[in-house]
Each structure stands twice: as structure tokens, then as C-alpha cells.
Design a protein around this ligand. Structure first.
Ligand code: COA
Length: 315
């Protein structure tokens, strides 16, 4: 398939590092130095759903496509205000589509998973036009008193319309044990939300272990794809790396021996928006005229699971 339309949506409310340092024992200096993040967006008057619908409508407009022409909607989402129905069902109704739809929880790898599923369905003749929506608000899972996690995440949504084409070159995914070592979700209890939709069992992360997992898996995924396709790292025009930490991105860039200019970032403005991170960045780059027809793009993401995914694509 190919990406024919792209869109993104972010909450209005900006939370700066200075604002966080008023309520947490942290500082702009620490957060900037360790993560690259300067500010993030958080939900205030909006819901995750509003961002998802806005991004979806922008992607459809960019593709010049009517929602009724969609054959499938795949929504990547970890947590939203509803347990059921799936977010994709509500998006479907709001945008006026009439097609099968489902949600997938692929953590930060959700965008690449969704593109891969769309491509697989296309190859067996099931679909032609697929809407992928990644809508996330990791802050729902945070304890805002925990400085080690609260500074890292932000909310946002990105969407892409995929249509027939041969632009997705190859994908690769991994799954590894160790989720409970790196991500403690406390006991596996049902119903972790209170009436406001915030969790009572916040995410606890072992940052250094995640850092090591992220850097090693991202480099090995991309190197494996290069080996399988014969494409060389130098031939990639732009590397879209999951926006989790600027130091992670810089480390990966160094390991691949590529110039920093090939690794665009917007983590400074939005923090880690989980699966939405890659389509938001792609949308910004496209609107700024920084992706061109025929460009070779590499995508890579890693996250809770532990899972990772990578994709090579010609624009
Ligand atoms: N402000 C100030 N100090 C903080 C802090 C904050 N927000 N968060 C942690 N600290 C403190 C720690 O308590 C620790 O203090 P101590 O030395 O007195 O014990 C110190 O800073 C160093 O903590 P450490 O965890 O070693 O820092 P780090 O350099 O590994 O950076 C992360 C922490 C979380 C930024 C980094 O590990 C990281 O980005 N990991 C990957 C996270 C990620 O990407 N997750 C999502 C994957 S999808």
C-alpha cells in the first residue's frame, strides 16, 4: 500500500517543564538534559476520541477521500475513556464511515502494526482503502506525583489513509519477555479506572532498562530490514524513530552512522505520544514540505510488551 493522506491532532493545553517543576521535584534542566522534552500536550476539555476524529478527518481530506469509501478502520490505542465499544467504532460513526473496524493495543508500535495489517489485508484482496488512526493519552495511566514517569508522556493523535500501491517495502516485528521487569502495572486487576477515567494503578517504568531495550531493538530491527532488502542505511532519506527520548534517537543515529539531519524530532513539543508519535511527526514533515515523492523512509518504534517494529517505505 501507500500513504495517500495524513493528519494529526493535539490537545490545546500545553504543560511546560516549568509547570511540572511546580508540582514535582524536578526541573526544566533535568528533563531537557535527560529526555529532550520541553513541553507536552495534555487533555483538558477534549477526549482522546476528539483528537482521533480530528486527525482522521484531516487524513481523509488530505487523501481527498470520502469516509464512505473506506474498507477498514484500524485504531491503535492503549487507553481511552471507554472499555467498549472500541474507539474505532466511535470514530467510524463520527466520520460517517460504514466498514469493519477494530482497535489494536500495540503500545508505541501501533502505527507500524496497523500499516502492516492494512498491507496484509490488501495483499489478500480484502481491502483497498484503509484508515489507520493512532490516538493516545498515556497520561491516563500516570501518577502525576511520580516524577520518573510523569515528565515523559503527552497526548495526541495521528492518522493515515492507506490506498493501493507498492510503497511499503518491508516490515519487521519482535516480541520479548520481560514486561513485568520493565513496566510494573501492579497486580493484573480488572477495572483500573476511576469515574474520571484516570487509573488507580499507575504505570511504573524502569527507565534505564527501557532505554537499553529501545536502543538495542531499534538498531537490530533496522539492520535486519537493511540486510533482508539490500537497502543501505545511507539510502534512507529520513528516519522516523518513535519519539520517546532524544538521547535514544541520538544513540540510534550514532549506531547507524547517519547524520542527525536525517532524524527529525518533535519530542521537544509533545513528549512521548505512544503510537501517535510517528504519524504526528510524518504529518508535520509532510506539511513542512520535508518528505518528497520517491524518498526512502525508515520507521522504527518500541514499547510496552516488550514489543518493537520497523518498516521501510518509499514515499
Ligand atoms: N526529575 C529529576 N530527577 C529525576 C527525575 C525527574 N523527572 N526522574 C528521575 N530522577 C532522578 C532519579 O530519582 C535518580 O535519582 P538518584 O540518583 O538520586 O536515585 C536520578 O534522577 C537518575 O535516574 P535515572 O533513572 O538513572 O535517570 P536516566 O538518566 O536513566 O533517565 C529516563 C531517566 C526515564 C529519562 C531514561 O531512563 C529514559 O528515557 N528511559 C526510556 C524511557 C522510555 O522511553 N519509555 C517509553 C518507551 S516507549
Amino acid at each position: 500500500m501507500k500513504i495517500s493522506g495524513i493528519g494529526s491532532s493535539l490537545p490545546k493545553k500545553v504543560v511546560t517543564n516549568e509547570m511540572l517543576s511546580q508540582i514535582l521535584d524536578t526541573s526544566d534542566e533535568w528533563i531537557t538534559e535527560r529526555t529532550g522534552i520541553k513541553e507536552r500536550r495534555v487533555l483538558s476539555s477534549e477526549y482522546v476520541l476528539d483528537l482521533a476524529v480530528d486527525a482522521a478527518q484531516k487524513a481523509l481530506a488530505d487523501a481527498n477521500m470520502d469516509a464512505k469509501d473506506l474498507d477498514y478502520i484500524i485504531c491503535a490505542n492503549v487507553v481511552n475513556e471507554y472499555v467498549t465499544p472500541a474507539l474505532s467504532c466511535i470514530i467510524l460513526e463520527k466520520i460517517g464511515a460504514r466498514c469493519p473496524c477494530f482497535d489494536l493495543n500495540g503500545a508505541c508500535v501501533g502505527f507500524i502494526y496497523a500499516c502492516d495489517i492494512a498491507e496484509a489485508y490488501y495483499k489478500i484482496g480484502k481491502v483497498k482503502n484503509v484508515l489507520v488512526v493512532c490516538a493516545e493519552a498515556p497520561a491516563h495511566m500516570l501518577d502525576w506525583h511520580d516524577r520518573t514517569c510523569a515528565v515523559l508522556f503527552g497526548a495526541g493523535a495521528g492518522a493515515a489513509v492507506l490506498t493501493p500501491g507498492d510503497n511499503i517495502i518491508k516490515t519487521r516485528f519482535t516480541g520479548s519477555p520481560g514486561w513485568d521487569r520493565l513496566y510494573e502495572m501492579h497486580d493484573l486487576q480488572w477495572c483500573p479506572y476511576d469515574e474520571k477515567g484516570t487509573t488507580n494503578l499507575p504505570l511504573v517504568m524502569h527507565g534505564q532498562d527501557v532505554f537499553k531495550f529501545a536502543t538495542s531493538t531499534c538498531v537490530s530491527d533496522l539492520k535486519a530490514l537493511f540486510e533482508e532488502t539490500g537497502i543501505k542505511p545511507d539510502e534512507i532519506d529520513t528516519y522516523f524513530i518513535h519519539q520517546a527520548n532524544l538521547r535514544i534517537i541520538r544513540y540510534i543515529q550514532t549506531m547507524l552512522r547517519q547524520p542527525a539531519e536525517k532524524f527529525p524530532t518533535n519530542i521537544q513539543k509533545y513528549g512521548n505520544t505512544s503510537s501517535a508519535s510517528l504519524p504526528i511527526l510524518l504529518d508535520e514533515m509532510k506539511r513542512e514540505g520535508k518528505v518528497h515523492d520517491g524518498d526512502m523512509l525508515a520507521f522504527s518504534a518500541f514499547g510496552a510488551g516488550l514489543v518493537s517494529g520497523a518498516m521501510l517505505m518509499k514515499w
